[in-house]
Design a protein around this ligand. Structure first.
Ligand SMILES: [Zn+2]
Length: 96
């Protein structure tokens, strides 16, 4: 009974990629994947997925959404002209 015959589960592969597996198990999974095309592909896919997730996490905005919305509302308020109750011209009617 050789170790190669036993394919690691997808959980094991994911754990090996993410470093959650202990060194011995991770080595067993990786050495198996090196000699098994099927598991090699799965390991490769897992690594790529993980890389992408890390990129997404690094790309995520540091500011939270609520803060952004509040800033946008404040900016809109500044853009709007201040409504004056006394219209220019209406009070000049009596002059003369
Ligand atoms: Zn395999």
């Amino acid at each position: 009974m050789s170790a190669r015959a036993v394919h690691p589960s997808s959980d094991e592969i994911a754990a090996a990629v993410s470093g959650q597996l202990n060194v011995a198990d991770a080595q067993r999974v990786r050495s198996h994947a090196a000699g098994c095309r099927k598991c090699g592909d799965r390991l490769c896919t897992e690594e790529r997925t993980r890389e992408r997730l890390e990129l997404l996490a690094a790309d995520a905005p540091q500011v939270n959404v609520v803060q952004q919305v509040l800033e946008r509302i404040a900016a809109q308020k500044q853009e709007q002209p201040v409504l004056d109750e006394s219209e220019p011209g209406s009070s000049r009617r009596a002059s003369g």
